[in-house]
Design a protein around this ligand. Structure first.
Ligand SMILES: [Zn+2]
Length: 318
């Protein structure tokens, strides 16, 4: 006679429920709980799925497997639902610090996190790189904003100081983190801050196998304009930086996303005035050198052909 058969129906039910509970809770080693932390941080797993018991961490087996499958689908690797080597490898790669999704969120081709209620935006650079010249940073950051202008109809003006919609700064942040963004497009009084990791030896032409500053900055600008991550490999808004994929311009997925979120925002004529600055030629030549360097390394880049330096960018100068 088993223990369960001696019990009344309710007790029997509770006993079985307890057994089921135990059999479906997965013990996580401290090594594996690091990966569970990743899934929580980027929006695939609810924190409540984890339980501390004694000195160990347990996770609901089904929640963990679902979270792994969703992550694997998102980053386009085989969806085993298991913590396999391909998944661990993907989780240790450099990536953007913004969430990919939220648990239970309806899946869309691209996600949005809001939009500015206007199309003319301003930014300033408040802290420069300790490794790349100020002039090059100015050009690359400008280029990163420019790639988004065409499909969205947005114009962006760099200011030297004062209040701006967006701010770009270089600072030391967590290892493996290329960049993060703080603030949102709907906040009227706060600036959206893009921080690029000054601890990284940024590549500027993709030849060193290190993260590329233009690519990362363009990705963060996509967030600053209101786009979330996409699961489309090769798009600017894909969350994990794959050093094998060189992205110089927007993927159709990025274009559709930004077109969609700004399609209802009226174009307001730009009220500013153009102020010519004597160092404009320097900026133009740095910008053109950057384009040439990329083109010489990788052949013609059609995306760059359409990028020009609009005059209003020079309002307030560099
Ligand atoms: Zn991101």
């Amino acid at each position: 006679m088993t223990v369960a058969s001696k019990m009344g129906p309710l007790t029997q039910y509770l006993f079985l429920a307890c057994l089921i509970n135990i059999s479906y809770a997965l013990y996580l080693s401290s090594h594996d709980s690091k990966y569970a932390g990743y899934l929580i941080k980027y929006g695939y797993l609810r924190r409540s799925s984890l339980r501390r018991q004694g000195g160990s961490t347990n996770v609901d087996d089904e929640d963990f497997s679902n979270a792994l499958s969703n992550f694997q689908n998102y980053v386009q690797i085989p969806a085993s639902g298991q913590l396999d080597d391909a998944t661990k490898n993907m989780m240790t790669r450099d990536r953007c610090q913004a969430k990919d999704t939220s648990v239970g969120m309806r899946r869309r081709r691209y996600t949005t996190i809001g939009n500015w209620p206007k199309k003319h935006l301003t930014y300033k650079i408040t802290q420069y790189s300790s490794k790349i010249s100020q002039q090059e940073v100015d050009s690359i950051i400008f280029l990163a904003f420019s790639v988004w202008s065409d499909p969205s109809g947005i114009t962006v003006t760099k200011r030297k100081g004062g209040r701006t919609d967006m701010e770009v700064r270089f600072d030391s942040i967590a290892p493996r983190a290329d960049a993060h963004i703080y603030g949102n497009t709907n906040s009227r009084h706060k600036t959206t801050v893009i921080t690029l990791n000054d601890g990284i030896d940024w590549s500027q032409d993709f030849s060193t196998g290190l993260p590329n500053l233009f690519q990362t900055a363009s990705h963060e600008v996509g967030h600053a304009l209101g786009l979330g991550h996409t699961e489309v490999v090769g798009a600017m808004m894909y969350p994990v930086y794959d050093l094998g994929i060189k992205i110089f311009g927007l993927h159709d997925d990025d274009k559709r996303g930004v077109e969609d979120i700004y399609s209802n925002v009226k174009t307001v004529s730009y009220p500013g005035r153009f102020i010519y600055k004597k160092n404009r030629n320097n900026i133009e030549s740095t910008f053109n050198n950057f384009k040439d360097r990329i083109t010489n390394s990788f052949g013609p880049m059609p995306d760059f052909e359409n990028v020009n330096l609009p005059t209003e960018f020079f309002e307030n100068g560099f």
